[in-house]
Design a protein around this ligand. Structure first.
Ligand SMILES: CC(C)(COP(=O)(O)OP(=O)(O)OC[C@H]1O[C@@H](n2cnc3c(N)ncnc32)[C@H](O)[C@@H]1OP(=O)(O)O)[C@@H](O)C(=O)NCCC(=O)NCCS
Length: 419
C-alpha cells in the first residue's frame, strides 16, 4: 500500500454488494484506502449478472470493484465468524448494504461491532433506514427513485413517471455514505471513538431532488412560471427538459435528427439580445413577445420553436461552436459513444483502459474527485477470493497450517443454501 494518498493508512472492511455500497468503497479505494472486499464464498451476485463474456467477472462487477482486495469468508460458519471478528479488530471502517436485519442475524449488529472495536466506523446503506414504517423493506435503484420523489418529477408532463439514467439511488447514496464515513473518521480524530453511519436510499434521493421541494412549496403561492405548461395541482409536476432553474432552458433538436442530436441551451437573461441577434437579427431582438424574462417565460414555446428552426441547419457540435462564441451556456446531448471517444474525457482520465486476467482489455470510469496531492491509480477488480491467503497471513498473522485448518473447518466454503 502506498502512503502518498489521501486515505493511505485507512483500512476498510467492505462487505457491500451490488451497486450502492461498492460504488462508495471503490471511490475510497481510488483515494488510497486499503479496501478489503469480504464476500461469501459464492461471491457478490453481480460477478455473474449481465455477463458479456462467459465465465468472466461481469462488467457490472468489475466497474464497481476496482482498487480492492477480495477475501472470501463464510459468515455462517464459526471459524468464518472468528476470522471476521479479527478483521473487525484491525479495520477502521466496516461497510455493508445488506437487506434489513442481515448483520443482526449473523450476530454482528452495531453494538457487537462497536464492542469488538470501539474505534471502528460502521457504515450501512439501507433502502429506508433502520426505523420507521418502511424499515423492513428491501430496495433497489428504481425503488428508491420511485419513493424519493425522482420519478414523479422526471419525464414529460403528460407522460408516465420516468427513471433517470444517472444512478442516483445507488451511486448517489454511495457518495453520501462516503461523506458520512469521512466525517466520522475526522470526528474520531478528536474523540477516539467510532460511530454508526447510516444512509437510506430514499433520503438520499430526496436530497438529490432538493429543487423539486423548492417548487413544491412555491406552488402554495401560485403556478410555476418557468415550467412550460400551466396546469398545476398540489405537487411538483414533471417538467420534461425544462430547465427547472431561474433561467429558461431546453434541449433543441439539431441536424441530422438522430436520437441524441440535441443541444441543451440555457437562455440566460443577459444573453438574450446576443442570442436573438444571431438567430433572427434586429427583428427578433425587438420582438415584444421575448422582450424580458417574464414574457419569454410566458411565450417560451414559441421561443423554442424559433431556436429549433435555426438549429435545423447545424449539427449539435456546430451549434455549440456558434453559441459558445457569444457566451451562451449550452451542451450537446452526449451519447456513451460520444463520451468514450471524447478528447476532454480522455484528458480528464474519466474513461480508463484496464486489463483483466479473465476478460482482457476493458474500461472503467475514472475518479471524479481530483486531489492535487493524492494521485489516483486505478487497479483492476479482484477475482473472487484472490487475496484471501495474503490477507489472512499479512494482516491477521495466520500461518499456512492454520489457514489449511480454517479451510478444513469450512471457513471459506459455500454457506448453506438459502430457503
Ligand atoms: C440489494 C438487496 C435488495 C439484495 O437482497 P438479497 O439478495 O435478498 O440479499 P440480502 O442482503 O437481503 O441478504 C444477503 C444474504 O447473504 C448472506 N451473506 C452475506 N455475506 C455472507 C457471507 N460472507 N457468508 C455467508 N452468508 C453471507 C446474508 O447472511 C444474507 O442471508 P440471509 O438472508 O440468510 O440472512 C438487499 O441487500 C438490500 O435491500 N440492501 C439494502 C439496500 C441496497 O443497498 N440496495 C441497493 C443495491 S444496489
Amino acid at each position: 500500500m502506498t502512503s502518498n494518498k489521501a486515505l493511505s493508512g485507512i483500512r476498510i472492511l467492505d462487505m457491500t454488494h451490488v451497486q450502492a455500497g461498492p460504488t462508495s468503497s471503490q471511490l475510497m479505494g481510488f483515494l488510497g484506502a486499503d479496501v478489503i472486499k469480504l464476500e461469501s464464498p459464492v461471491g457478490d451476485a453481480t460477478r455473474g449478472q449481465l455477463r458479456d463474456i462467459p465465465e468472466a467477472d461481469s462488467l457490472y462487477f468489475t466497474m464497481l470493484n476496482c482498487n480492492k482486495r477480495s477475501i472470501t469468508v463464510n459468515l455462517k460458519n464459526d471459524k468464518g465468524k472468528e476470522i471476521f471478528t479479527k478483521l473487525i479488530e484491525t479495520c477502521d471502517v466496516l461497510m455493508e448494504n445488506f437487506g434489513p436485519g442481515v448483520l443482526d442475524r449473523l450476530g454482528f449488529g452495531w453494538e457487537t461491532v462497536h464492542e469488538i472495536n470501539p474505534r471502528i466506523v460502521m457504515a450501512s446503506i439501507k433502502g429506508f433506514g433502520s426505523e420507521g414504517p418502511y424499515a423492513a423493506f428491501k430496495a433497489y435503484e428504481n425503488v428508491a427513485q420511485a419513493m424519493g420523489g425522482a420519478m414523479s418529477t422526471s419525464g414529460l408532463f403528460d407522460g408516465p413517471p420516468v427513471v433517470t439514467g444517472a444512478q442516483i439511488g445507488d451511486s448517489g447514496t454511495g457518495v453520501h455514505l462516503m461523506a458520512g464515513i469521512l466525517a466520522a473518521l475526522i470526528q474520531r480524530e478528536r474523540t477516539g471513538r467510532g460511530q454508526y453511519v447510516e444512509c437510506a436510499m430514499m433520503d438520499c434521493v430526496m436530497n438529490l431532488t432538493r429543487v423539486k421541494w423548492r417548487d413544491h412549496q412555491r406552488l402554495e403561492h401560485g403556478p410555476l412560471s418557468e415550467y412550460g405548461h400551466q396546469e398545476f395541482e398540489d405537487f411538483t409536476p414533471r417538467a420534461g427538459n425544462d430547465s427547472g432553474g431561474g433561467q429558461l432552458g431546453n434541449a433543441i433538436q439539431c441536424k441530422p435528427g438522430g436520437p441524441n442530436d440535441y443541444l441543451y441551451i440555457v437562455v440566460q437573461e443577459h444573453v438574450w439580445n446576443a442570442l436573438a441577434n444571431r438567430v433572427g437579427g434586429e427583428e427578433l431582438v425587438n420582438d415584444s413577445r421575448f422582450d424580458n424574462i417574464n414574457v419569454r417565460r410566458a411565450n417560451q414555446g414559441e421561443m423554442w420553436d424559433l431556436l429549433t428552426e435555426f438549429a435545423s441547419n447545424y449539427t449539435k457540435r456546430e451549434l455549440m461552436g456558434i453559441l459558445n462564441e457569444i457566451n451562451i451556456p449550452c451542451g450537446p446531448i452526449m451519447s456513451t459513444a460520444d463520451l468514450a471517444n471524447d478528447d476532454h474525457v480522455q484528458l480528464r482520465e474519466m474513461y480508463v483502459e484496464l486489463d483483466h486476467p479473465e476478460r482482457g482489455k476493458w474500461y472503467n470510469l475514472g475518479c471524479p474527485m481530483k486531489l492535487s496531492d493524492s494521485p489516483v491509480e486505478i487497479t483492476r477488480s479482484p477475482l473472487l477470493g484472490e487475496h484471501t491467503e495474503e490477507i489472512l497471513e499479512g494482516i491477521l498473522g495466520y500461518k499456512s497450517r492454520e489457514i489449511d485448518e480454517l479451510k478444513e473447518a469450512g471457513a471459506f466454503s459455500r454457506p448453506p443454501r438459502r430457503q
